[in-house]
Design a protein around this ligand. Structure first.
Ligand SMILES: Cc1cc2nc3c(=O)[nH]c(=O)nc-3n(C[C@H](O)[C@H](O)[C@H](O)COP(=O)(O)OP(=O)(O)OC[C@H]3O[C@@H](n4cnc5c(N)ncnc54)[C@H](O)[C@@H]3O)c2cc1C
Length: 623
């Protein structure tokens, strides 16, 4: 069958909400519906659904137009010219570059410290605020479906600092009430479990196997060679001590310096035939089997280590990620924006109203507001100048300038050297050290999910396929939003990918994944998505041409902040780490963003914002 025929069979020619919007033509799904389904829907924006940023489908996340300037900034185009006084049109107390959780939190802390009259401008390169905290909205059959396009959970394995906890509390989010909102019943009610999809490319045939890999019968049904099957059953059961004779300290030291893949193959003596099973598997920050240090894999609870007698001090609590709003941490960004620019929201916002609130995007940058959020406006140059900071940014094809008393860079730290050429060499080198982790969060709106019910699965991992982690996202029932309850109802299906290039060092893999994401068209993503869904769910009667109502691909070439590990980074004292050297104040400019904390978590984004504000207050003798 030709690629074209296969594409037609998969429904590539069907009108759904996706690239169609990019051409300005609203087809199918969102046209005409602007408000949330419930009676609580609060309208205030004049924008029709398709122009409303959270409703835009197709390529989202760091969508192409949002990052057009990044390449020019990185190439040094703007570093060569000085910011001319003639460009300066406005003055603020504070300009923040980056409207993610860190930038929004910085505005909140600054205003709390200096009072409501402080004037603040937040610049962001996207058409929506929140950075990685992005909301995907779909309107279909008179109902609204809300998904998370980026960061999802507000809890982390680490305890929040006092200041991060206090901010979350001031936003009115009682994390402990999570259980009240979760749509847990679905899996129980319909007897749904997890599944693993073995694909033909890696396992010789397409086969969905239901159940838990820790049960021996699981591997009995999988398309594997006898050796691979035996090895996988052994590794998922009680292991012997593969490092017998070594002290615990020696075991730890050795595991810290080898990859999980090396451990499986060379220490646990797993057959290479079994390796494809681990392709979707890794440790923190989406590291893969070949880039995860074996010790981290052990701490993460991955298989193969339980005979070693390791006393694992850290056990990753996946359960802590359960708390989420239907749009994930976009609700945190929205709650922050509602505090900063109340006129853009319909009334005072709480956690019970924020999910249904419709943002008046046209009011975010209102001249009457002391804090303004200016979207689609990438900063291209930042400069200390005679006791003030000049910031140049691009908007609608023009370079504009603002002058400010202070500036906080809450943007990708790796771009800062190009934004601010005056930064000293050692700091520039440190800022350029990390390489963000590329990620894809895809949301597919399915017209129904009877195929999942027939197959008895709610989550499917597909090691080796483009999206190795996939699950039904029934949404939590909160704030006027009603989660999905029956298989005949439309539902969001969430798919995660982590493009990389196995075999290369971790940073090289990240760079490769970034380039891959930046050069993959929506049509290429769509084909992969339809093909994966058809193959995983075909036996349940799923028809991609008929059953898909909309697709939003949130591509994040500039995804997770880079974190260090024992395999890829030198072991240096904490104060000599690149992120610590990189985040030093430069004149009246301080540096926030999760990158400055070398941790990809909400609390880190908040903590770095707090530190960046404190450093500015210190200049003024205000702390
Ligand atoms: C897919 C994904 C899932 C995640 N899941 C979780 C999770 O569940 N829980 C969790 O705690 N954390 C999660 N994270 C980590 C998340 O990055 C942090 O929690 C946090 O949201 C980062 O906020 P930030 O403001 O520091 O950075 P960002 O969210 O990246 O915001 C920075 C903003 O600055 C903009 N910017 C960059 N350069 C410029 C410029 N020159 N001019 C103007 N603007 C610019 C960026 O484009 C961006 O919009 C996830 C991250 C990703 C990518």
């Amino acid at each position: 069958m030709s690629t074209h025929q296969r594409g037609r069979e998969l429904g590539m020619d069907r009108p759904i909400a996706r690239r169609d919007f990019l051409n300005g033509i609203a087809l199918g799904v969102t046209a005409g519906v602007t408000a949330l389904n419930s009676a609580q829907a609060q309208t205030s924006s004049a924008l029709p659904a398709v122009a409303y940023p959270p409703s835009r489908a197709g390529l989202r996340g760091n969508y192409p137009a949002s990052v057009e300037e990044f390449e020019l900034i990185a190439e040094g185009k703007y570093a060569r010219s000085a910011i001319l006084d003639a460009d300066i049109q406005e003055q603020y107390d504070l300009v923040i570059v980056g409207g993610g959780i860190s930038g929004l939190s910085a505005a909140y802390f600054y205003r709390t410290a200096l009072g409501p009259d402080a004037t603040i401008l937040i610049l962001d390169n996207h058409d929506d605020f929140g950075g990685h905290a992005k909301r995907n909205e779909f309107h279909f059959q008179g109902k609204t479906f809300i998904g998370f396009g980026g960061t999802m959970g507000i809890a982390t394995p680490y305890p929040y600092s006092y200041c991060a906890k206090a901010l979350i509390r001031e936003l009115g989010v009682p994390v402990e009430r999570n259980a009240d909102f979760l749509n847990r019943d679905l899996e129980q009610k319909y007897g749904l479990t997890t599944g693993t999809f073995f694909d033909q490319e890696h396992f010789g045939e397409d086969r969905l196997v239901k159940g838990n890999p820790h049960l021996p019968q699981f591997f009995a049904q999988a398309p594997l060679s006898e050796t691979a099957r035996k090895d996988l059953i052994r590794l998922h059961g009680k292991n012997r001590d593969y490092m017998e004779g070594m002290s615990l300290d020696a075991k730890r030291a050795k595991l810290a310096k080898m990859s999980y893949q090396d451990y499986l193959l060379n220490v646990a003596h797993m057959s290479p035939d079994a390796l494809p099973f681990f392709l979707g598997n890794g440790g923190r920050n989406n590291k893969r089997v070949d880039t995860t240090p074996a010790l981290e894999a052990a701490q993460h609870g991955l298989v193969g280590f339980n005979g070693l007698g390791l006393d694992l001090e850290e056990s990753f609590n996946e359960g802590s990620y359960l708390f989420h709003f239907p749009d994930g941490n976009a609700s945190i960004a929205r709650l922050l924006a509602a505090k900063l620019v109340p006129a853009a929201f319909p009334g005072q916002q709480t956690m019970d109203t924020i999910v249904a609130a419709r943002v008046a995007y046209d009011k975010l940058d209102d001249p009457d507001s002391k804090t303004r959020i200016r979207l689609s406006s990438p900063a291209v140059r930042v400069e200390n100048d005679a006791g003030r900071v000049l910031v140049a940014y691009r908007r609608a094809g023009k370079t504009c300038g603002v002058r400010a008393r202070h500036c906080i860079l809450a943007c990708n730290n790796a771009f800062i050297p190009a934004l601010m050429p005056e930064i000293p060499a050692q700091q520039r080198e440190a800022l350029a050290y990390p390489v963000k982790v590329p990620l894809v969060y895809t949301n597919v709106l399915l017209k129904k999910w009877t195929a999942f019910q027939k197959l008895g699965v709610a989550r499917i991992s597909a090691p080796g396929m483009y999206h190795p982690a996939t699950f039904l996202d029934p949404g939590s029932t909160m704030g006027g939003y009603q989660g999905v309850t029956t298989p005949e109802e439309p539902i969001l299906f969430h798919m995660t990918a982590n493009p990389n290039k196995p075999g290369l060092p971790r940073k090289e893999q990240n760079r490769h994944g970034q380039q891959e994401l930046l050069s993959t068209s929506f049509e290429q993503f769509e084909l992969k998505i339809r093909d994966q869904l058809a193959r995983m769910l075909g036996a349940g009667g799923f028809d991609p041409a008929e059953d898909i109502a909309a697709i939003t691909v949130n591509r994040w070439p500039y995804g997770y902040a880079y974190t260090y590990d024992t395999l890829a980074d030198p072991d240096v004292p904490p104060e000599q780490r690149p992120h610590v050297i990189g985040r030093q104040r430069c004149g009246r400019v301080t540096i926030a963003n999760a990158d400055a904390g070398a941790a990809a978590f909400t609390n880190q984004a908040i903590d770095e914002a707090h530190r960046a504000v404190q450093e500015l207050l210190l200049i003024e003798g205000l702390t």
